[in-house]
Design a protein around this ligand. Structure first.
Ligand code: ADP
Length: 320
């Protein structure tokens, strides 16, 4: 292996820059030529890339987002788009790729690997929704951001004896909502994985907590459940407690990565280059109980991950 490329794809996540940096630096140290490809598979198809050196990744470890930019590329999913990307790799002499992204990006990496360009996936997504990993790059920073935002909301909520219904990211996965809910002492947490009953899981919990003397309430709702405006209106109607809805939105994606995200991204980036140097492709680098391991991409995409129901129960038991 003489030349490799690195790209970030799909939704951005804090810590992606640290992963790119690790790929570039460990690649350069191993004598490889490393191409930084812009805007994910879109840039690969359109040959938008530059050679990176050790200093080209200075001052990025502390920055959120991805300095290589990210994109969603529908064309890449077609055979024509895929062939265009392969031609660019062949013309440039790129023999391996590191793809930092989520499940969708790994599907692209699998398809490229099948067509002769070995790819290694690195899990970069704030949602922590990749089945083979117990942690993904960006998740820790995002959780901390949510916690800080909700702490601020709590100050004003408590000052006015209100109820705040806060929507956090997570369309299909409730990891952010569940863990942020615990960290912020939410009275109720609504996540896509667990069906809820409005009276039992929201109203009765608020009333029970109210009877113990607490006068303000935080309800954390995953994006996949949505409807926070309506929830707040219904809570106010049923309980008489002034209720407000807040959608945290994209503030959750940004910001300087946490120590954990920087360290894990650095370890994963290094590990990905090691695999490519051994001529190994079609793998996803994963974190399992803080160890770095790797899985076949097919296997990884077919794995299932479930929410920790015990944690969900604990959250509701202690948030009264
Ligand atoms: P994420 O990687 O965060 O899950 P997406 O699902 O948007 O984000 O995927 C990112 C990109 O990966 C897409 O724009 C597309 O170019 C590529 N991709 C997604 N799904 C597939 C697929 N089934 N086959 C090939 N490429 C895919």
């Amino acid at each position: 292996m003489k030349k490799i490329g690195v790209l970030t794809s799909g939704g951005d996540a804090p810590g992606m820059n640290a992963a790119i940096r690790a790929v570039v630096r460990s690649g350069c140290e191993k004598g490889l030529e490393v191409y930084g490809i812009e805007r994910g598979y879109e840039g690969l198809m359109n040959d938008k890339m530059r050679i990176m050196d050790i200093r080209s990744v200075s001052d990025v470890i502390n920055r959120g987002g991805t300095f290589l930019y990210s994109a969603r590329s529908p064309k890449f999913r077609s055979e024509e788009g895929m062939q265009q990307a392969i031609e660019v790799c062949k013309r440039r002499g790129i023999e391996g790729l590191v793809v930092i992204g989520g499940d969708g990006s790994f599907r692209g990496a699998r398809d490229l690997s099948l067509r002769g360009i070995p790819c290694i996936g690195i899990p970069g997504t704030i949602d922590n929704d990749i089945a083979c990993c117990d942690y993904t790059i960006g998740y820790d920073t995002c959780l901390n951001t949510i916690m800080q935002m909700v702490d601020r909301i709590r100050d004003t909520t408590a000052s006015h004896d209100r109820c705040s219904v806060v929507e956090v990211m997570g369309r299909r996965a409730g990891y952010l909502a569940l863990n942020a809910g615990i960290a912020c002492g939410a009275t109720s947490i609504l996540i896509p994985e667990v069906p809820y009953d409005f009276q039992r899981d929201v109203i009765e919990r608020i009333r029970r907590t109210q009877r113990t003397g607490k006068m303000h309430f935080i309800i954390i709702v995953a994006e996949g459940i949505g409807g926070v405006d309506e929830l707040a209106t219904r809570i106010q109607l049923e309980t008489g407690i002034e209720s407000r809805s807040i959608v945290l939105g994209h503030v959750q994606r940004g910001g300087s990565p946490s120590v954990k995200d920087r360290v894990m991204a650095s370890r994963m980036g290094y590990y990905a280059v090691e695999l490519l140097c051994q001529g190994i492709g079609n793998r996803v680098v994963a974190s399992q109980k803080s160890e770095i391991v790797d899985y076949d991409i097919f296997e990884a995409l077919n794995m299932k991950k479930s929410i920790d129901i015990d944690l969900y129960r604990i959250a509701h038991e202690i948030s009264i």
